[in-house]
Every structure is written in structure tokens, then in C-alpha cells.
Design a protein around this ligand. Structure first.
Ligand code: PGA
Length: 290
């Protein structure tokens, strides 16, 4: 892994912008992998600035986002807002090139909210199996909507380009995408049950009063197939999760097995890592900034 520690979130995001500009310049066919959440907003703003100054044109690029809440198109709207609307006209990613897992399903002309999904799952136990938080819909699933969901997640997984710079944030308990604690490192795009801590941390996403406890997410295995995963984290709320990623065991720690993982973090996130622990890290990884 390449670990870079920056004094501030601004510097971290600037380095992210430079990395992405460099990578895209070298390979016109390279796609982006998008993350939502607060952490990458500064980065997206800097990419929009690069487009303003004529250094970047994303109009021919594809972007594949990590996840979506079940029963919502919130992250789809986020994606459009930050990668299309905030860019100068014609320089952002074209709406048709923005891909987000589908979270919107309809049953009897109503959006299937998380509570309806609860009911469907309760009544159709033969259609799926649980593996930790993963809800794995079986090939022979009978319920039409579960069948469709399985088909959609498979299609999304198959479409993911390997040649992509996968931007990542990290959750407080170490999730990447919505791969919560207990998800298999090899998981592919799937329906998942969100951890209570995720629902709590993302409370501002549910201002409409409809909380969802499910999401569709790329799997850890899907993320690991990307050519360049780059994870951003800043703030002390992420210290424990980042320590898990660097030396412990949480969903993000699978990234240690990827030969090209970049970890961009701020010094406050690294927190109380002692000199000897940093020395140990330096023996295994390239570490800059400390
Ligand atoms: P955040 O979310 O960037 O809003 O902290 C990160 C995540 O949950 O993956």
C-alpha cells in the first residue's frame, strides 16, 4: 500500500485531485469509481475547478458508484449533483455515464421501502440466504421483485470496469461501500443490511423521515478488482477504522492485499500511532508524510 499523511483535508483532497488528473491523462479509457458521503466532496470540488481551468474534461468518462440506499435514489442524485451539475457545462460526466446501483423498486405502483422489503424477506425465506449482513438472493428466487433485484446486482457487477480509479471513503466501523463488518472479503454487488452505526452516522441522509436499513453495494471483492483503489479519510472519528485498515481486521483491511491501494489520510486521523508502529508500517508499505 501507499500511505500518504497530510496536514489537512484540503491538502489530502488536492493530492487526490493530482493523482486522478495524472491517471486520467495517461489512460483515456480509464473509468472512475465514485464514492458518496462527505469525505470526497472537497475532491469533487477540486476536480470541478480543474475542469473550469481547462485541465479536465470528464464528458467521455464513465463513473461507477459504490452503493445506494434501498428504496431511495439519494446517491444517484448525489452523483449527478457532484459529478455533473457542479462542473462547467459539457465538462462533467454525462448523465448517461453515471452509474449507481439501483435501489428503487416498485410493487403495486408504490416504491418498495425498507419496511416492505422486511415483509417480503420474512415471507419468502426460501428465496435468499443470509451470510453475515449480506442478503444473498438465490438463483431460483420466486418473488418477482427479489428475482429482479438479483438480476440487477449481477448486471451491475458484470458491467464494472476493472480499469477504474476507485475512490473510497471509510465508515466508522471500517466499511468500504456498504460492506459492513461480517461481509465476505470476496463479496460481489449485493443487498446488505446496514449496521446500526451506519444508520446513525448517516442520519442526515434520512431527513425525509424514511430511514432505510438496507442498501445495495458493490462487494469488497468488486472493489478489490479495481486497478487503483484510493481511500480517503479525515477526522478523529475515523481513527479506529483507519487503524483497522492499516494493521487490524475490519472490512477495509482487505485493501492491504491489493498491490496498488493508496490510502490518503490526515494526521489527526492517524492519531496516536506510536513511532514504533509507524516504523512497522514503513517496513511493509510506502509511507509518506510522517
Ligand atoms: P463519510 O462516509 O465520507 O460521510 O464519512 C464514509 C462512508 O461511510 O463510507
Amino acid at each position: 500500500m501507499k500511505i500518504c499523511v497530510f496536514p489537512s483535508a484540503e491538502q489530502m483532497s488536492k493530492a487526490g485531485q493530482e493523482l486522478i488528473l495524472r491517471e486520467l491523462k495517461e489512460d483515456p479509457s480509464l473509468a472512475l469509481g465514485g464514492a458518496t458521503g462527505n469525505t470526497p466532496k472537497l475532491l469533487y470540488g477540486l476536480l470541478a475547478q480543474a475542469a473550469e481551468s481547462g485541465q479536465l474534461d470528464l464528458s467521455q468518462r464513465q463513473i461507477w458508484f459504490l452503493d445506494e440506499y434501498f428504496g431511495k435514489d439519494m446517491y444517484y442524485k448525489y452523483a449527478i449533483n457532484f459529478l455533473h451539475n457542479k462542473f462547467p457545462k459539457g465538462k462533467g460526466i454525462a448523465v448517461k455515464n453515471i452509474h449507481v446501483p439501483n435501489g428503487m423498486y416498485y410493487f403495486e405502483s408504490q416504491i418498495v421501502h425498507s419496511e416492505i422489503l422486511d415483509e417480503v424477506l420474512k415471507k419468502n425465506r426460501d428465496d435468499y440466504e443470509m451470510k453475515g449482513p449480506e442478503v444473498l438472493i438465490k438463483p431460483g428466487a420466486k418473488h418477482p421483485f427479489l428475482k429482479q433485484l438479483r438480476k440487477d446486482t449481477k448486471t451491475y457487477e458484470k458491467s464494472l470496469p476493472l480499469k477504474r480509479v476507485q475512490i473510497l471513503g471509510i465508515g466508522r466501523e471500517g466499511h468500504i461501500g456498504f460492506n459492513e463488518v461480517g461481509t465476505s472479503d470476496k463479496s460481489r454487488t449485493h443487498l446488505t443490511v446496514l449496521a446500526d452505526s451506519t444508520v446513525e452516522a448517516n442520519a442526515e441522509d434520512f431527513e425525509d423521515g424514511i430511514v432505510t436499513r438496507y442498501a445495495i453495494t458493490q462487494g469488497s471483492g468488486s472493489i478489490m478488482k479495481a486497478y487503483l483503489p484510493v481511500l480517503f479519510a479525515n477526522g478523529v472519528k475515523k481513527t479506529e477504522a483507519v487503524h483497522g485498515l492499516l494493521v487490524g481486521d475490519n472490512p477495509a483491511s482487505v485493501l492491504r492485499k491489493h498491490p496498488n491501494t493508496h490510502v490518503y489520510i490526515t494526521a489527526d486521523t492517524l492519531g496516536e500511532f506510536k513511532g514504533s508502529e509507524i516504523d512497522k508500517l514503513k517496513k511493509k508499505h510506502e509511507v509518506n508524510g510522517v
